[in-house]
Design a binder for this molecule. Structure first.
Ligand SMILES: Cc1cc2nc3c(=O)[nH]c(=O)nc-3n(C[C@H](O)[C@H](O)[C@H](O)COP(=O)(O)OP(=O)(O)OC[C@H]3O[C@@H](n4cnc5c(N)ncnc54)[C@H](O)[C@@H]3O)c2cc1C
Length: 426
């Protein structure tokens, strides 16, 4: 088999050029490592995941992106989230600046095809190579250590070797699927059906860029995300049995649910649907392992959580940054053994657990934020911190209190590196 045209070997091979892969690529290239990103699509390519949360500011600051964001015309400033009841009445918007006077209080709604191009260019600017239209097919292993990948481009297969491989392949879960590491989250088995409208109604002033979460029966909900160019991203998330009752066609299901939510119906009535609905299901999982010798998983390639609190891009950027730091240390020490990624795994899993417990509470029939905070106003700060993405905090006391209202799961025990050298397998 041929090697990549350039005949080069790299320090780091990254599978996938979304937010997680490009975050790692930028930081590792900045540090002088030779980095290549292999991306199967040609950019700009479509992606869901348009609403950012305030804590994105931190990884984006580390990447040097916050100032660049101000100059983009594909962004809409997001200052708040609002909730709409079954009766169509909206609550007072929750303004981030009332919680913190930090610049993170302003975040963004983004068109992902363009946001991801910005991230790609940012990584390339730092010296990373980025090959589009290049699908990674296999991991190359030598004595159980991953030493690169086999990729395919224009029907030709070739090897791309690197001291370290980062899997940032998103929900394709490239190495998770090949290793049989996928562990679904048994309780979070939702379906999402979504589409786009042009010219739909928007709120005014500060609320124009708000994300709206509008409730449906049986803990289903709509997202309503205003985008640039007068577009709105709108989708429904609920249990499979609820959505597929008596109807199979996604567009018909979507329209039926719109009729049930007066706020969504009113807001969409002025707009025009621009494309057929897309569907995705069973989307919460975590890999059995976050790393093995020579391999590290980031973003959705490691774990995915129900999108109700818009945590996906934040977790992708944050794991990309943490991975870059861990990989830099490993390369500098000339040791890419899985045990070097224990701390990475612990930090990432701890953050995901905070958000996961909140997602479980949200879907519990007996839980409501209002009732909880009425009884425990002292947890308002913690609850808000968790919602905006400040995940590296101890939320155990708050979730002990939440347990009075909702079933809160224990932390999952999996997600640590696969350590085989000398020590028992974790
Ligand atoms: C219904 C829904 C709604 C969502 N809403 C939000 C939201 O509002 N806010 C939010 O923050 N997040 C949201 N998300 C989550 C968000 O989409 C993801 O968390 C985020 O895109 C993850 O980034 P990533 O870099 O890990 O993966 P991705 O963005 O998926 O990037 C992975 C890249 O890898 C490439 N790739 C895959 N396999 C290969 C291969 N074999 N070879 C080469 N390249 C490959 C893909 O083409 C892709 O470009 C939502 C998700 C869903 C399903």
């Amino acid at each position: 088999m041929r090697k990549l045209r350039t005949e080069e070997t790299y320090d780091v091979v990254i599978v996938g050029g979304g937010p997680s892969g490009t975050a790692s690529a930028r930081l590792l290239a900045e540090k002088g490592w030779k980095v290549v990103v292999l991306e199967k699509e040609e950019f700009p390519r479509y992606k869901i995941g348009e609403s950012l949360i305030p804590w994105c500011w931190y990884p984006m600051e580390r990447l040097g992106l916050n100032e660049k964001m101000e100059e983009q015309d594909f962004v809409v400033a997001k200052h708040s989230v609002q909730f709409v009841g079954l009766d169509g009445q909206r609550s007072t918007p929750f303004y981030f600046f009332k919680h913190t006077d930090h610049p993170c209080a302003k975040t963004w709604q983004v068109v992902r095809s363009e946001f991801d191009v910005l991230l790609r260019d940012h990584a390339v600017e730092a010296g990373a190579s980025f090959y589009e239209g290049t699908t990674v097919r296999e991991l190359i292993r030598e004595e159980d250590q991953v030493v690169g990948v086999v990729a395919e481009r224009n029907g030709e297969r070739f090897e791309v070797r690197g001291k370290m491989t980062i899997d940032a392949s998103g929900r394709d879960m490239f190495s998770v699927t090949r290793n049989g590491w996928r562990v679904p989250d048994a309780k979070l088995k939702k379906i999402a059906i979504w589409t786009y409208y042009k010219g739909a109604m928007r709120e005014c002033g500060l609320d124009e860029g708000a994300t709206t979460v509008a409730y449906l029966p049986e803990k289903g909900w709509f997202w309503y995300i205003p985008l640039s160019d007068d577009m709105v991203s709108v989708g429904v998330v609920a249990e499979r049995d609820y959505l597929y009752r008596g109807e199979r066609d996604p567009d018909a299901i979507f329209e039926r649910e719109v009729e049930l939510q007066p706020w969504i119906k009113r807001h969409l009535s002025e707009g025009e649907k621009t494309r057929d609905c897309r569907v995705t299901g069973d989307y919460s999982y975590r890999s059995q392992h976050c790393a093995s010798d020579g391999l590290l998983l980031v973003g959705d390639a490691f774990a995915f959580l129900d999108p109700v609190f818009s945590s996906g891009v934040f977790l992708a950027l944050q794991t990309g940054v943490l991975a870059a730091d861990a990989v830099h240390d490993a390369l500098a020490a000339d040791d890419v053994g899985a045990e070097r990624f224990v701390e990475y795994g612990d930090r990432v899993c701890q953050g995901i657990e905070a958000m996961r417990r909140l997602v479980y509470a949200f879907y519990d029939e007996t839980f409501s934020f209002g009732t909880f905070l009425k009884k425990y106003p002292n947890y308002r700060q913690d609850m808000t911190d968790c919602l905006i993405g400040h995940l590296e905090k101890d939320y155990d006391p708050m979730f002990e209190a939440v347990k009075e209202f909702a079933e809160i799961p224990d932390a999952l025990s999996h997600g640590r590196p696969l350590i085989v050298r000398g020590v028992e397998q974790v």
